[in-house]
Design a protein around this ligand. Structure first.
Ligand code: NOJ
Ligand code: CA
Length: 681
């Protein structure tokens, strides 16, 4: 920095420019000194990021454009001095990939001298962690309403992007986030959602995302000239991006930087940048496993409405409750018990009634039968994106569930992108993006209201996760990517690399309700297009590889009977962890993750691969010292392959300790799941 400063000063002296407009730079360094952010006011406000001496982001712009005020970042703002401070604390979470989270970073607030006071006064707050950076805009006002943001100028300008590979899904698409992840060079990237994952040629991995998305438009990335990704804000129906106050705080813009692919998974950057739990005691938030009257509808065996073979009958719900109770599962989801599903339900959300049951479903009897059996009914609200209609009923609907001791509700917003329906204050119908400021606010309102009734929310067709589970631990899971359901009817279904792609992209944002555990992999035969393109063992491994504090046991109960020995893994596997470590992996190819059970001694491992068979050599050094474990290994058989032989597997048991090394062969689109059960001394 010193040398650059000197050079600039010399050039200026030579060219006769006065030193009054000498560009200024400041630096913020991570606690381990490996990551550096340099901010300068030369040529607008810009920042660069250096990791282990390699500049990965260079001269990327900062700024915000307002409708009624001069844009911030374009007015010749001068950078003030900063005083970086280092923070180091550890916080605990009710549930998560790990119980205790280390939160260690260097923080600095950059203020700016403005040409005069008609300009918008903003500061930028920076946090530089060992595993990435976050920065956000903070406007210094008195709370005046009506500040309109029309654009954001923030860039992330990646160096050597021509040689890099990226994994992404398109933004502003009709299917929200439910697209197949693409792997491509930068030439093929246009407008993409975050988390956006990049592998540089030198092996450094980068993920760009945002944290704490509250009362703001969601950010996507719009590639300008090669390698320059501009932050773009999803528009509101009135054309503005954000309508806010003059003391707004933007979400954090985040850049994770890791020396390898698994480093991205092992980062806590996103939750660390969110505010602490605001709900107080949240012991009522319950992680666990659930079954559901669900897959039968996706297979076309049952219908949601009363216009076919109605799935949600009292009798079937009792059978599912019995099945859950028999195996120690916690919940039973019932979809389609309430009025409004008949006909083309995804086209008309205004017909849903969230408190009125079909006559063949006795809500009170089912929920009390569940409680007798030590199980809970899991509630369901499909809105088909008709949000005003839903909001008019939601409080009554939560109160009803609360009165029946239902503690978890799955919500759904099936509607095309840009088609979330609301009726404004004048009674005019508007259509909004799910990820617009309106959508962002609706989703959070529903979670806050649910907290009042001690209800946790599992949002499908959600806003993307930005770590708000830390602040609102009752936001227990969400979808936000192509889930298992696409294997029933998607064209195409999820290909073998899909879940491995998820691990390094979607999953970096937070838990996903993927709904693993399909055992009847090909209901219409192995050659049918719609089938699950994995081996049976990969379905087991997903319970560990794709994190969620609630995991569905997604198949029809009768499909588990044939593979009772494999089913035992699903019975045993917990959904809440004290430690998690991504051990090995490459984006889009494979991943192996180990997790230690919360409030228990056992470790679990899940390894999954794409269409390629591979042999993993896994040192068990993550296990606790001075103890032995019985490793119960569920792995693909020698001849297994997802296409023609997905059901061939081997279950072995062997004693191991942390000095041992496990060799696991994964079949094409296969997997391995291991329980390390502590051998008591
Ligand atoms: C979409 C959800 O992702 C799916 O799980 C659910 O069954 C349907 N909506 C109906 O609500
Ligand atoms: Ca969905």
């Amino acid at each position: 920095m010193l040398r650059v400063g000197l050079l600039i000063a010399m050039l200026m002296l030579l060219s006769g420019i006065s030193t009054a407009c000498l560009a200024k730079s400041v630096r913020i360094v991570s606690p381990d000194k490996n990551l550096t952010v340099q901010i300068t006011d030369q040529d607008g406000l810009r920042y660069s990021v250096t990791f282990n001496g390699v500049t990965v982001i260079r001269d990327a712009r900062l700024g915000i454009v307002f409708r009624d005020r001069p844009a911030f970042g374009l007015q010749g703002e001068r950078l003030n001095d900063i005083t970086p401070k280092t923070f180091n604390d550890t916080w605990s979470q009710r549930w998560g990939e790990r119980q205790h989270v280390i939160n260690q970073f260097t923080e600095a607030l950059t203020g700016f001298t403005l040409p005069d006071d008609s300009f918008a006064a903003l500061q930028v707050r920076w946090r530089v962690y060992n595993d990435g950076i976050g920065f956000r805009y903070e406007m210094l006002g008195s709370g005046e309403q009506g500040i309109a943001i029309t654009d954001e100028l923030t860039e992330s300008t990646l160096t050597q992007s021509e040689q890099a590979q990226a994994w992404w899904i398109p933004a502003l698409g009709w299917n929200r986030y439910e697209f197949l992840y693409q792997q491509s060079g930068f030439a093929d990237i246009d407008r993409v959602h975050t988390p956006f994952t990049v592998r540089r040629q030198d092996g450094i991995h980068i993920s760009i995302h945002e944290a704490a998305l509250v009362d703001f438009a969601s950010m996507y990335l719009d590639q300008r000239r090669s390698g320059t990704l501009k932050a773009a804000l999803v528009p509101r129906s009135d054309g503005l991006k954000v309508l806010t106050r003059d003391d707004f705080i933007s979400p954090w813009r985040t850049i994770q930087v890791a020396p390898n692919a698994v480093g991205l998974i092992n980062s806590d950057l996103i939750i660390n940048l969110n505010d602490a739990n605001m709900l107080g005691n949240v012991d009522w938030v319950e992680p666990g496993k659930y079954v559901g009257i669900w897959w039968g509808m996706h297979l076309g065996k049952f219908s949601w409405g009363n216009d076919g073979v109605h799935g949600a009958t009292t009798e079937r719900a009792r059978q599912y409750i019995d099945f859950a109770a028999q195996h120690g599962f916690d919940g039973v989801l019932v979809e389609g018990w309430n009025h409004g599903w008949d006909g083309d339900w995804f086209k008309d959300g205004d017909l849903f009634n969230f408190t009125k049951a079909y006559t063949d479903f006795d809500l009170a009897a089912v929920s009390s039968y569940a409680r007798e059996k030590g199980v809970r009914l899991v509630g369901h609200h499909e809105t088909s994106g008709s949000v005003t209609h839903y909001e008019q009923q939601v409080e009554r609907a939560y109160a009803l569930y609360d009165s029946l001791d239902v503690r978890q509700v799955k919500t759904g917003y099936v509607a095309d992108g840009g088609q979330m329906k609301r009726v404004d204050e004048q009674g005019i119908t508007r259509y909004e993006w799910h990820d617009s400021q309106y959508g962002v606010n609706h989703y959070l309102r529903s979670v806050e209201l649910a907290a009042k009734y001690k209800i946790s929310i599992n949002t499908h067709e959600p806003i993307k996760d930005t770590g708000l589970r830390r602040t609102y631990p009752n936001w227990i899971s969400r979808e936000g990517a192509r889930g298992q359901e696409f294997n029933a009817w998607g064209s195409p279904p999820n290909p073998p690399e899909h879940e491995v792609n998820l691990a390094f992209t979607r999953m970096l944002s937070g838990p996903m309700d993927f709904t693993p555990g399909i055992f009847n992999l090909a209901a219409n035969g192995l050659d049918a297009e719609n089938r699950v393109q994995t081996t049976l063992m990969k379905q087991l491994a997903l319970y560990v590889a794709l994190y969620s504090p609630i995991q569905m046991v997604a198949d029809l109960p009768e499909h588990y009977a044939q593979y009772q020995d494999a089913f035992q893994f699903i019975v045993d596997v917990p959904t809440d962890w004290s430690h998690s470590i991504a051990l090995q992996g490459e984006v889009g190819d494979f991943v192996a993750i180990a997790r230690k059970q919360r409030d228990g001694e056992d470790w679990y491992l899940g390894a999954i691969t794409d269409e390629n068979e591979r042999v993993l050599t896994i040192p068990l050094s993550f296990l606790d010292a001075n103890v032995r474990y019985q490793a119960q290994i569920y792995k693909d058989g020698e001849e297994a392959t997802w296409q023609t032989n997905p059901y061939q597997y081997v279950i072995q048991s062997t004693a191991v300790d942390k000095e041992d090394v496990l060799t696991l062969r994964l079949a094409p689109s296969g997997g391995a799941a291991v329980r390390f059960a502590l051998i008591k001394r």
